[in-house]
Design a binder for this molecule. Structure first.
Ligand SMILES: C[C@H](N)C(=O)N[C@@H](Cc1c[nH]cn1)C(=O)O
Ligand SMILES: [Zn+2]
Ligand SMILES: [Zn+2]
Length: 477
């Protein structure tokens, strides 16, 4: 059942107003990983809640308690739960999204203010969160606005779950989802889940996503001297924390991406020819990854190896060093305390519970070999399990039909290299199929500088989300 023609027309004729609303959302710097912006995440929750209420959603803000970040106790932003419809003859779909964003500073290399949505002449809507994940959330809002304003019932019952901590480990959400998935809970009766929070593989082919990598995130701190030291006075005289840390960080992964922690790679079986053929069939070239990376730096010229490196195998990335000298100039300091951050993207059957002990034991052994008098502490900051879904489910069928209607193309079936920790919790607690229905393109630059969402993806993507709901409704109850 295609979406009504008036719906498609409504989205087209309100496109400028929708972009203005995206601009208002981007202007709230709801960075969950930065304590100084915690109030902005709350502000974003209020903003979104008000907009959902304005289009007829019955909402409630759920207090998720407190957590500790960088030694500071902070209130967690509320989750927003919403519902429309209780018609027993309609399917019930749960929509998830997140309203927090990654950090962004103009000085990171942005061409424009990251929190002022900039519309480029080629239609790029540039701003932090435009693609990840404010654009998709607002796509749902656009769909709801049509039904509210034209007084048309939605084709399905909807349950909404929006959170403000996804970029920082979704703290508190698993417990809420588990509780509300029980009989009589808010999500009781949900028959499938749809998440729009990832990206196409390339810039031309829409995608449906059936897998996500999990994650385990570590912080290694090496400390020794009571204060920062002069390298002319103390160089080759004391154990230097930064030297120890760089040594440890350098023993985690090789330059070809192979994880050096014993046991981690070995948990994952090697793909056979049949599985390699799935990746071969995807509309993708190494030029796509090089275009989205902005440089010709792919690890392999073989597209299947590149794709499997992103979707099918684990990866370990080094993210940064806190406490190190990073300013301009040539300061000759020996930093007293430095913290290295890295994460491992996990694939089945890896889980944080299985992998974390291997990581900790390896780093402790490597540090012991240094015979350093400095002190090492290892913290796990957050984690999440990987997830893979059944693509033969009617949820995927509906999304495939909707994609063909809007884009006149068959979607690529992809596994996402990133993580959305709550996905597996939805799948397991509710026992239903979960689908990822991305809005943005592979070159959107989520988490990066100059993140963007193309106007066409925002507008056609809003049509896609609405059409998907009509295709779900067309499936017999
Ligand atoms: C795929 C999703 N849009 C996303 O970006 N997820 C994040 C989740 C995360 C975990 N720690 C910090 N962020 C990701 O994959 O990095
Ligand atoms: Zn993200
Ligand atoms: Zn996201």
């Amino acid at each position: 059942m295609p979406a009504p023609a008036e719906f498609i027309k409504f989205i087209d004729s309100n496109a400028d107003a929708f972009i203005q609303r995206l601009s208002d959302a981007v202007a709230i710097p709801s960075i969950s990983g930065d304590a100084s912006h915690r109030q902005d995440v709350f502000k974003m929750a209020e903003w979104l809640n008000a907009h959902l209420k304005a289009v007829g959603v019955d909402t409630q803000l759920v207090d998720l308690g407190k957590h500790t970040m960088d030694g500071e106790e902070l209130p967690l932003p509320p989750a927003i739960l919403g519902r429309i419809g209780d018609d027993k003859d309609k399917k019930t779909v749960l929509i998830y999204g997140h309203f927090d964003v990654q950090p962004a500073n103009k000085s990171d290399g942005w061409d424009t203010d990251p929190f002022a949505l900039t519309i480029l002449p080629d239609g790029k809507l540039v701003g932090r969160g435009s693609s990840d994940d404010k654009g998709p959330i607002l796509g749902w809002l656009n769909v709801l606005q049509y039904h509210f304003q034209s007084n048309k019932p939605l084709p399905v019952n909807l349950r909404l779950c929006f959170e403000g901590m996804e970029e920082s480990g979704s703290e508190g959400l698993d417990e809420l989802v588990e509780k509300e998935s029980k009989k009589g809970g808010y999500f009781d009766g949900v028959e499938c889940v749809c998440i729009s929070d990832n990206y196409w593989l390339n810039t031309r082919t829409p995608a449906l996503t059936y897998g996500l990598r999990g994650l385990t995130y570590f912080k290694l701190t090496v400390s020794g001297p009571a204060r920062d030291l002069h390298s002319g006075v103390f160089g080759r005289t004391v154990h230097e924390p930064m030297t120890d840390l760089i040594h440890l960080m350098g023993r985690l992964v090789d330059v070809q991406g192979k994880i050096l922690i014993p046991g981690v790679e070995e948990m994952v079986d090697v793909a056979g020819d049949e599985e390699r053929a799935i990746y071969e069939s995807l509309d993708y070239t190494t030029a796509d990854i090089e275009q989205s990376a902005g440089a010709p730096i792919a690890l392999s010229a073989n597209k299947v190896d590149v794709l499997m490196g992103r979707m099918r195998y684990p990866s370990l990335s080094l993210h940064g060093i806190e406490g190190a000298f990073s300013g301009v100039g040539a300061k000759t300091v020996i930093p007293a305390k430095v913290s290295g951050k890295f994460s491992i993207r996990l694939v089945p059957p890896q889980t944080p519970d299985a992998v974390d002990p291997m990581v900790i034991s390896y780093i402790e052994k490597e540090f012991a070999k240094l015979k350093s008098k400095n002190k090492l502490t290892i913290e796990n900051l957050h984690g999440g399990k990987p997830w893979v879904a059944d693509v033969n489910h009617w949820n995927f069928e509906a999304a495939k039909k909707a994609t063909k209607e809007i884009y006149h193309q068959n979607p690529d079936l992809t596994r996402e290299g990133g993580s959305i920790p709550v996905t597996l919790t939805f799948a397991e607690s509710l026992g239903v199929n979960v689908l990822l229905l991305p809005m943005g393109r592979g070159d959107d630059g989520a988490h990066s500088t100059n993140e963007k969402l193309d106007r066409a993806n925002f507008i056609e993507g809003s049509k896609l989300l609405g059409t998907y709901l009509y295709e779900i409704a067309a499936i017999a109850k």
